[in-house]
Design a protein around this ligand. Structure first.
Ligand code: C2E
Ligand code: CA
Ligand code: CA
Length: 679
């Protein structure tokens, strides 16, 4: 109800406003017609004055003078009005009242001058004079139906004043003219009707014009709304587009550029590169795989985020950093005329930061980074060429010991070419007779007896020559060719071991097994088959696996295989112990027999290696495992290791690797009798 009431009153207000505007328009129109009305009236007056002055009378001039004065006043009024409202302003109702009254007075005064003329002169005129007068007032009345159409009341009064007194006077003449008078009155009625219709038309046309204006205003308003809506939509579309672009060009984990984002950024930089060029840094994290495998992917992700944050914080405003994939990052930095070493310096800063311990959640981690640097335009013209060059340099860093920075040079392309050649050549290695095995003794630390011999692979390719295992094993692991190679080693080693004796106490053979092999579903069967074919008892086979078996994603399949091997009677040794990120707490879950301390700790036995070896021995004892030390190069090391409690020793000091292995006992000159017991 209330809403209805409000609506009605709103409509009323609207209607009143419109009426006001129409009334205002009518007055404006009336004033606009006023000048024509005054001039026509003056012309008629002048005509009549001239016509009647010929009879030698003064009154026509007097009459003309008065009409002239009235006309001048009306024109002055007109002028004042148009000065104030000439622009077609909207008049308030008070203004309308103030300006309509004088207008009407002027008009009526003008009409009264004709009443005066007709009333005093009509009876004095001959028939044709009367006729002329009647024609003139009729013409003026006729004109008034149009000119005075805006104002109904005063228009009627004006027409009435012109015609009615004249007609009445015709009745009252000494010789009345009833026909003419009646015709005049009929004409008066017709003029009233005409005037009213004209008024209606004027009002209607103004109303239409008003509606039109309102409609235009509403349309304009509507257009504005639509435009605003469109602008809003456009803004949202733009925002969405930007969000999509960001998604397409940013790495979800770190928020850095992704490959595509960086490529686009680089395209632009290369286009506007200074003659000094641009440096491209390829950063490959060291040990990330161990962290990921050993401590879980969630922590791995947090490490990447933390590293990304560190990089970003050290990035100059004109440089960009991207996550290229996995644990690889790319940095691009324009070089400056007075600072061509910018790229190298940034590489050193970033390396320094990553080399320092990294606090991630509760863990304090040691992550390293290998960095390759390439320069535009020297090392490549396109983003992909430059990144490939920097990547190559970083790969070389990784291969040659990790953790440092290397600038790209032509040679690296040759290294890559060689890797490719090796990878190709490896295809036929197991069938073309280019592979062989050498055996290195592993001796008892106290007695010097040869407990086992480690099988080490050798490869002499017909074209490429002798290739070291450090070179071809990683390439074979990259391409999965290691599975075939490993199977060959296993079978050959088992067969060869039969030549060292057939009893259970003859030396065992230790075979290196890559994690890739271990993860193959039929690996335990392959081992059983190799033992069977050679007729070797399972207790004479040790397999050496690295700490990667503790990696989270490998646990289940690796564990299953190891359990099956143990069931066969095969012993499992953890090779290179101490270099990976072993989750030591999980050591007891695996069916292990020995830990083989990495040779780097043996070589550092006078330094930090000492504590690590002690720790490894402690752990081994706790879990009932034996301890082997590899890379023993002199008897001093052998003596220290033995006194610390190491069970078995391997290294140049105890015997080189050879095709025909040494199986006789080594004289244990290093051994301190009873040292083991007191340890
Ligand atoms: P690894 O398993 O740690 O093997 C021991 C390496 O140390 C051998 O190098 C051996 O020659 C070397 N070595 C022996 N005594 C000493 C010493 O006193 N001082 C020093 N500095 N080094 C010593 P090699 O034969 O070049 O093998 C290198 C690596 O290649 C091996 O390291 C192993 O990881 C891999 N490898 C070799 N043969 C095979 C194989 O048949 N299968 C797999 N998967 N990997 C293999
Ligand atoms: Ca080994
Ligand atoms: Ca080793």
């Amino acid at each position: 109800m209330q809403a209805d009431g409000v609506q009605v009153s709103a409509a009323q207000v609207h209607a009143t406003a419109r009426d006001n505007r129409i009334a205002s328009e009518l007055l404006l129109l009336a004033y606009r017609n006023n000048r024509a009305s005054v001039l026509v009236n003056l012309a008629a007056t002048l005509g009549v004055a001239i016509a009647f002055s010929g009879q030698g009378q003064v009154w026509p001039w007097l009459w003309l003078g008065i009409v002239l004065c009235i006309s001048l006043l009306r024109l002055a009024l007109d002028l004042a009005f148009s000065r104030q409202f000439g622009g077609g302003a909207l008049l308030t109702s008070e203004q309308r009242l103030r300006w309509q009254r004088p207008y009407e007075v002027g008009l009526v005064l003008g009409a009264l001058m004709w009443v005066f003329l007709v009333w005093t002169q009509l009876d004095k005129q001959p028939a044709e004079g009367q006729f002329v007068m009647l024609i003139v007032v009729s013409a003026l009345a006729g004109g008034a139906t149009g000119v005075l159409a805006p104002l109904l009341g005063v228009g009627r009064a004006y027409i009435g004043l012109l015609l009615v007194p004249a007609c009445l006077k015709l009745y009252w003449l000494p010789h009345p003219e009833p026909v003419l008078a009646t015709l005049g009155l009929i004409f008066f009625v017709v003029m009233l009707v005409g005037h009213k219709n004209n008024h209606k038309i004027v009002v209607r046309s103004i109303a239409l014009q008003e509606e039109n204006t309102e409609l235009v205003a509403r349309l304009t308003q509507h257009n504005h709304e639509v435009e605003a809506l469109n602008a809003g939509l456009e803004k949202r579309v733009a925002e969405r587009t930007e969000a999509l672009q960001t998604m397409a060009h940013r790495d979800a984990l770190t928020g850095l550029f992704n490959r595509r984002g960086l490529q686009r950024w680089m395209d632009e930089r290369i286009l506007h590169a200074t003659p000094e060029g641009i440096a491209v840094l390829f950063l490959d994290l060291d040990r990330f795989k161990q962290i990921n495998d050993g401590l879980g992917h969630d922590l791995g992700d947090r490490v990447l985020q933390e590293v990304a944050r560190c990089f970003e914080a050290r990035m100059p405003a004109d440089a960009a950093v991207a996550r290229w994939g996995g644990d690889e990052f790319v940095v691009v930095i324009p070089l400056l005329p007075d600072d061509a070493d910018r790229g190298m310096r940034l590489a050193m800063t970033l390396r320094g930061r990553v080399m320092a311990p990294l606090q991630v959640d509760e863990e304090l981690l040691h992550v390293g980074v290998s960095i390759g640097v390439a320069r535009f335009p020297r090392d490549g013209k396109s983003p992909s060429d430059l990144i490939r060059a920097a990547d190559l340099a970083a790969t070389e860093v990784k291969r040659s010991g990790r953790g440092h920075i290397m600038a790209y040079h032509e040679l690296l392309s040759r290294v890559q070419k060689r890797r490719l050649e090796i990878s190709q050549a490896l295809r036929d290695a197991t069938v073309d007779g280019s592979l062989s095995l050498v055996y290195q003794p592993i001796v008892d630390a106290s007695s010097g007896e040869v407990a086992a011999l480690e099988a080490l692979l050798r490869w002499e390719h017909a074209v490429l020559g002798v290739i070291r295992p450090e070179e071809f094993i990683p390439i074979a692991e990259d391409s999965d060719r290691i599975v075939e190679l490993g199977e060959w080693v296993l079978k050959r080693a088992c067969t060869d071991a039969m030549a060292w004796g057939t009893g259970h106490d003859a030396p065992a053979v230790a075979v290196n097994v890559s994690i890739r092999q271990l993860l193959m579903s039929g690996f335990a069967d392959t081992v059983a088959e190799a033992l069977n074919m050679a007729g070797l008892p399972a207790v004479r086979l040790d397999i050496e696996v690295t700490e990667s078996i503790f990696g989270e994603q490998h646990t289940t399949p690796a564990l299953e295989t190891l359990v099956r091997l143990r069931k066969l009677g095969v012993r499992v040794h953890v090779d290179d112990f101490g270099t990976g990120y072993s989750s030591l707490s999980r050591l007891h879950e695996f069916p292990l027999d020995a830990l083989k301390i990495d040779r780097s700790f043996v070589q550092a036995i006078h330094g930090h290696g000492h504590a690590i070896i002690e720790g490894a021995i402690l752990i081994a004892r706790r879990f009932g495992l034996r301890v082997i030390a590899e890379g023993v190069e002199n008897f001093e090391q052998a003596a220290m290791l033995q006194s610390l409690g190491v069970d078995l020793l391997q290294g140049h000091a105890l015997g080189e690797a050879s095709v025909v292995p040494r199986t006789e006992t080594v004289d244990p000159v290093w051994a301190v009798s009873g040292a083991k017991a007191s340890a």
